[in-house]
Design a protein around this ligand. Sequence first.
Ligand SMILES: NC(=O)C1=CN([C@@H]2O[C@H](COP(=O)(O)OP(=O)(O)OC[C@H]3O[C@@H](n4cnc5c(N)ncnc54)[C@H](OP(=O)(O)O)[C@@H]3O)[C@@H](O)[C@H]2O)[C@@H](O)CC1
Ligand SMILES: Nc1ncnc2c1ncn2[C@@H]1O[C@H](COP(=O)(O)OP(=O)(O)O)[C@@H](O)[C@H]1O
Ligand SMILES: [K+]
Length: 498
Amino acid sequence: MRSAHTVGIVREAEAALMARLPQGALMRRAATGLAVVCARLLPRVYGSRVVLLVGGGDNGGDALYAGADLSARGADVRAVLAGDRAHEGGLAALRAAGGRIADFQEDTAEDTLFDADLIVDGMLGIGGRGGLRAPHAVLAGLAATAPAPVVAVDLPSGVDADTGEVTGHAVRADVTVTFGTYKPGLFIDPGADRAGRVHLVDIGLGPELPGPSLLSFEDADIAPLLPVPDAESDKYRRGLLAVRAGSAHYRGAAVLTVGGALRTGVGMVRYAGPSPVVDQVLARWPEVVADDVDPLSSTDLDPGRAAAVVIGPGRGVLPGNVDELHVVLESDLPVLADADALTIIAAGTLSDLVRTRTAPTLLTPHAGELARLLDTDREEVEARRLEHVTRAARELNCTVLLKGSTTLIAHPGSPVAANGTGTPLLATAGSGDVLSGIIGALMASGLPATEAAVCGAHLHGRAAVLAHDGAPISASDLLSGIPRAIARIRGHNRTKGM
Ligand SMILES: NC(=O)C1=CN([C@@H]2O[C@H](COP(=O)(O)OP(=O)(O)OC[C@H]3O[C@@H](n4cnc5c(N)ncnc54)[C@H](OP(=O)(O)O)[C@@H]3O)[C@@H](O)[C@H]2O)[C@@H](O)CC1
Ligand SMILES: Nc1ncnc2c1ncn2[C@@H]1O[C@H](COP(=O)(O)OP(=O)(O)O)[C@@H](O)[C@H]1O
Ligand SMILES: [K+]
């Protein structure tokens, strides 16, 4: 599991640690770690051409000291100064080690960057604010087109460390070397996409840091959470999931939600819906126990021995659907509400019930649905995803999973989780229905809503990557990836344990 802390927290921890260390010690630790990663990226250090893009703050200082280390090992190091000032100690160290230093010149910068074997982005770190100004923006553009790999110092310049937001230009790194702790923006798109592979360099900040602001999970963290049936299990102990998805207009939503649950593994799926949808679900999934129920006229929940309910995908927003959701939310079962159920909640009539129910509640909106829940617009949510998912969890007093290129999961009082798996190919109709089924199965198996959401999103992304094989996938294709993803994740855990 990788923990991230916001800039404010990093600054406080840094101040506490620096008070006990000789001046400059932290920057030396950071720069040494950076130089080691840079050296590994070069076929050989001696004779390699390394170009440092140097900003006016300590981020530039890190780059200059690392450049001095590489220069001392025989690399040909050139620093291009983006600002009108640069870290004095770093400049002196690079000069003393034989490196060259030049101010940014529009007419020579391109040749300098295109001749490099490695480009080190030390323009802005956690002190960056807003969109990159010139000449930083020009250098970011040149670094993106130059053939050499780009290593970002602490974070790619132009990425907001706390949110992953990018306003205008930002560096696109192949590798980011970050110091002391991960920064949230390294795990949230578009920042995550700009960061490439992220290495953490330990500079001794750990003991000064409080609990994380954001978490990112890997296979090894997910594997122990996945339910494993044991010899004592029967279908009820493994969990019965009640699915309230699909309608005469949207039959596929029922088929996909149920499929997501079955492929994830659950004791039983009990489906309730209008008769033509029941026929379609049974034609595809004969193992389902299905009840003909017209949700528009019957509000009986009769969940049997259900351990959790998924409601909403393709279900409709008519008065009967509102009544059905009301009954489900009034139950003491864990509930996952998606799609049309979110539209109903956003309309206001049931949001109080969501807020006050004591059983676990998980809402799984995309940006548009979250915007409706928070009475704002989609662009606003997309620009500040972390802020909005946190606010929704707090205001609705439940777990909220915000879908999108980075899926975020928030629960009041807990660090937000950023999902690290997936592919843009997931942006296809119905893939959200599959996600609801996956998470519903995990909730029915007994996982708390937040853990089910974190595991489900991870599994969903892994399944997509395994299913696509380089070609586009449909939501149905995704289903076949789920068991393979579970096997891979479990296998990873075994390897780690050996
Ligand atoms: N914390 C730690 O534990 C450790 C931290 N360390 C390192 O220190 C880094 C933080 O250093 P920092 O505070 O000096 O800020 P930094 O990121 O260099 O930027 C400041 C400069 O950027 C400029 N600038 C701002 N926005 C801009 C824009 N949009 N476009 C253009 N320019 C812009 C701003 O100019 P101004 O706006 O003031 O004119 C100022 O000159 C941190 O990321 C890590 O690398 C390690 O050494 C050791 C351990
Ligand atoms: N650019 C992207 N990269 C990765 N995953 C994405 C991207 N866009 C969407 N997704 C994922 O695809 C799924 C789409 O779900 P949703 O928006 O509910 O679609 P639908 O309602 O059609 O099923 C979500 O899991 C979401 O996180
Ligand atoms: K940087």
